[in-house]
Design a protein around this ligand. Structure first.
Ligand code: ADP
Length: 779
């Protein structure tokens, strides 16, 4: 071991030579000296020593003050400044040459002693050294458990010695000190990483180990530690104990040994050791404790290092190399430095741990970095795979969605025809005077058809909204008018359940409050919400309240005193076909599309629908709208006179014979004159002849045509006839009825600008639409 140390010293000296250029000019080395107890001024008995020496050899009990004396023989007195270089000297010393005090450091007071011996270069001014023997006296003070002794004294010209000395100091003091402070700082980052990922205990153990070991190493190189010796001693003992604890915990975690059972007993043992050592501070027991505990720690360290190395050999070669070299190197260094406690090592030997600790840190940091990079690569690869999978699934979903849309489109188109016919026929049937049992059956039939119709209408609405086929037309809308329209539709349902349906405006606003929105869409939203409120309320009432939201917006709230909605359902009710507690899918309780349509419509308007509710207490749905200050909206008229179509001529083109007949009879019952055709070509053939007739009733007021017809379609038909009639000066309004759910077809119809009504429809809606068209034409 000594040889290794010497080799290291030679290496450093060579390094110093390279750094410092040529070896310095001749210098005088003094290795013979005397040592006496106490200060030099006390002149106690001296005994000869050869430097480097070791106090242990002289049986001086620490802490102690001692005096070195040596003679420097000069052939002649120097004409330039010289210097005295001492490579190892306690930080607490006083140097006197020929009775002149040249340097004194930390000799006052009992407390501060340096941990390690350090290199010093003391300048000898021109007039200090004389020809012949010069007396050198060095007072030193050492604390207990410090490295005792001093190195040989070297004297020479200061200009020749300076650079060499500086290099030596950088390599043996500045470098290890800086390295260890840096590692301590970096280890703090590991502790921060552990804070961010508490499950990674290895970070905590390794970070703690490195912070303590490195800062303790860096402390070695301080010239003096300002605290009382017993406290410093206790701190150093504690740091060894804590280091062993962390080393154990880190090694075991690294080797994947489960620590759950042992970690707490170990913490207790550590705590007890710290308390016991504190009690032993400044007593002879402290040294006994050290001599007992340190070997135990050493054994523990050996076990841990074996475990770590075993584990490292299973890993990547880089990790194997570093995790073997680092811990084994540290163990060897610790053993080496431990020998300073014994007389085996000279004072000129170096401490090894300050060099090996940064290496173990570097090794583990590299290991961590490799893991980090591997994890990043893995997560990148996984991300790419995931993205590919998502893209694949999205494509599959799109295909499935398209085929669902196609299926729905054709199924609902085929269903719409008969449903529309049945609906109109049932309406006609209800207008007949029939016996009570038959009326009851008709009513039931009417209900069944109504629920079938609402399903088909809902499906159509959803696919129209999804296909982007609904155009929003923002305009000033009088809220009161919308409320009246909602009241007309929903009042009977509320009355039937004995519920109050009320509408309330803010106290300081008149009923002519207007908002900027699409009248048809907002009407649909409010009607849906009010219908739900009535449907899910048995007692109490429904209140539609308007509140101001600042100056520019207001909020419409639909309150009910109904069954309420549990918090975990409040988001799901907006999904298609989702109904709370209707797993039997009882259709009298709605179909579960209303809120899905409401949410989509509201988002088209640029708004959101929100809900607050308490089970058993009631619910409140609300939507905000922007205010408009000018009232220009037209009232929606809920008119229904007895023969609203009296005196009008209606032409109907519908290929389905039953629906054709039902439509014809319906319009006739409203007082209209009706002509029907099964296809467009038939009508076009007859057209010249019909228009040529001078009879007033031959000229049409309205054309109702199906969209999908054999031959030319309803859109082409209505456009052809309109063009034709314009030439003859006859004005006609058309209504295309369509059962299409194919988004492309819907979009085409919408783009044409022709009024369109979706099948199936109730007779009231048809009438509403016809009257509205008539009004528009009149205007
Ligand atoms: P539907 O009313 O046709 O079932 P919706 O989409 O309109 O479909 O509503 C979905 C579900 O939300 C309803 O089945 C009901 O359980 C619940 N719901 C909606 N409005 C209310 C309300 N005002 N009070 C209690 N529950 C409601």
């Amino acid at each position: 071991m000594k040889r290794i140390t010497r080799h290291l010293g030679v290496l450093m000296a060579l390094w110093a030579m390279v750094m410092g250029g040529a070896w310095a000019a001749p210098s005088i080395v003094v290795s013979q000296a005397t040592l006496a107890k106490g200060l030099c001024s006390e002149h106690q008995p001296e005994s000869p020593v050869t430097l480097p020496d070791d106090w242990k050899a002289h049986k001086l009990a620490l802490p102690a003050v001692a005096c070195y004396r040596a003679k420097l023989h000069m052939a002649q007195s120097p004409t330039v400044a010289w210097a005295l270089r001492i490579d190892r000297l306690p930080g607490n010393h006083r140097i006197t040459v020929n009775g002149i005090q040249l340097s004194t450091r930390h000799m006052e007071g009992p407390d501060s002693t340096s941990m390690a011996t350090l290199p010093y270069l003391i300048e000898l001014p021109v007039n200090v050294l004389l020809a012949g023997d010069n007396d050198i006296e060095i007072d030193v003070r050492m604390g207990p458990f410090r490295k005792p002794g001093i190195s040989p004294l070297v004297a020479g010209q200061i200009s020749d010695m300076r650079q060499d000395f500086d290099t030596w100091t950088s390599l043996t003091v500045d470098l290890p000190k800086t390295l260890n402070w840096t590692v301590a700082g970096m280890a703090l980052f590991l502790l921060l990483a552990w804070r961010a990922r508490p499950s990674d205990k290895v970070f905590a153990y390794f970070g703690g180990l490195m912070v303590i070991m490195s800062s303790r190493n860096a402390f070695y190189f301080l010239e003096t530690i300002g605290w009382p010796i017993p406290i410093v001693d206790w701190l150093f003992f504690s740091s060894q104990a804590v280091t062993t604890f962390y080393l154990f915990a880190f090694g075991m975690s690294y080797a994947n040994v489960d620590l759950k059972r042992v970690i707490n007993p170990m913490r207790i043992m550590l705590g007890m050791l710290l308390v016991a050592s504190f009690a032993a501070v400044d007593t002879p027991y402290m040294d006994t404790l050290r001599m007992v505990v340190y070997p135990m720690m050493m054994v523990c360290g050996i076990v841990v290092v074996i475990k770590v190395v075993q584990e490292a050999w299973k890993r990547h070669w880089l990790e194997t190399v570093f995790m073997t070299a680092g811990p084994v190197g540290t163990l060897v260094s610790v053993a080496h430095d431990y020998l300073f406690l014994t007389p085996y090592l000279k004072v000129t030997d170096l401490f090894w741990t300050p060099y090996s600790t940064p290496i173990i840190f570097l090794g583990y940091a590299l290991t961590l970095m490799r893991k980090f990079v591997d994890t990043m690569n893995l997560s990148e690869r996984m991300n790419i795979t995931l993205e590919e999978r998502v893209a694949e699934r999205t494509r599959a979903l799109e295909v499935a969605n398209q085929s669902k849309t196609r299926f729905l489109a054709s199924a609902s188109h085929d269903l719409r025809q008969p449903t529309a016919a049945i609906g109109l026929l049932v309406s006609l049937l209800r207008q007949q005077k029939v016996e009570p049992p038959v009326r009851e059956l008709t009513d039931m039939l009417d209900e069944a058809v109504a629920s079938m119709e609402s399903l088909l209408v809902g499906l159509l609405d959803i696919s129209r909204l999804d296909a982007g086929a609904v155009q929003v037309q923002f305009q000033p809308v009088c809220l009161n008018d919308v409320f009246q329209a909602v009241r007309v539709h929903e009042k009977s349902a509320a009355d039937a359940k004995g519920l109050q349906l009320r509408f309330r405006f803010p106290a300081n606003a008149g009923p002519h409050l207007t908002v900027l929105t699409d009248p048809v869409l907002i009407h649909g939203v409010l009607r849906n919400l009010v219908a739900n409120a009535i449907r899910y309320t048995q007692q109490g009432g429904v209140l539609v309240a308007v509140r101001r939201q600042g100056k520019r917006r207001l909020r419409i709230e639909i309150w009910d005193t109904g069954i309420g909605i549990a918090p975990d359902q409040q988001e799901r009710i907006f999904d298609e076909f989702y109904q709370v507690g209707n797993s039997a899918r009882d259709r009298s309780r709605g179909i579960g599309l209303g809120l899905a349509i409401v949410r989509r419509t509201a988002s088209l308007l640029g708004e959101q629908v929100s809900v607050k509710s308490r089970v058993g207490r009631g619910s409140c749905f609300s939507i905000e709208l922007p205010l408009n200050h000018v009232n220009t909206s037209k009232p929606v008229k809920p008119a229904s006179p007895e023969h609203p179509m009296a005196g009008r001529n209606a032409w109907i083109v519908e290929d389905d014979p039953i629906l054709r007949r039902a439509l014809g009879e319906m319009l006739q019952s409203w007082g209209a004159q009706v002509r029907t055709w099964p296809d467009g070509e038939g009508l076009l053939d007859e057209l010249p002849q019909l228009l040529a007739s001078t009879q007033r009733q031959q000229r049409p007021d309205i054309l109702i045509t199906d969209y999908r017809l054999p031959g030319i379609n309803g859109l082409q038909l209505s456009q052809t006839i309109q063009a034709y009639l314009r030439e003859s000066g006859v004005s006609l309004y058309t209504l295309i009825i369509s059962g299409d759910t194919d988004p492309a077809e819907i979009a085409r119809l919408n783009a044409s600008g022709q009024p369109v009504m979706a099948k199936p429809f109730r007779s009231e809606r048809l009438l509403e639409q016809l009257l509205a068209l008539h009004q528009a034409k009149a205007a």
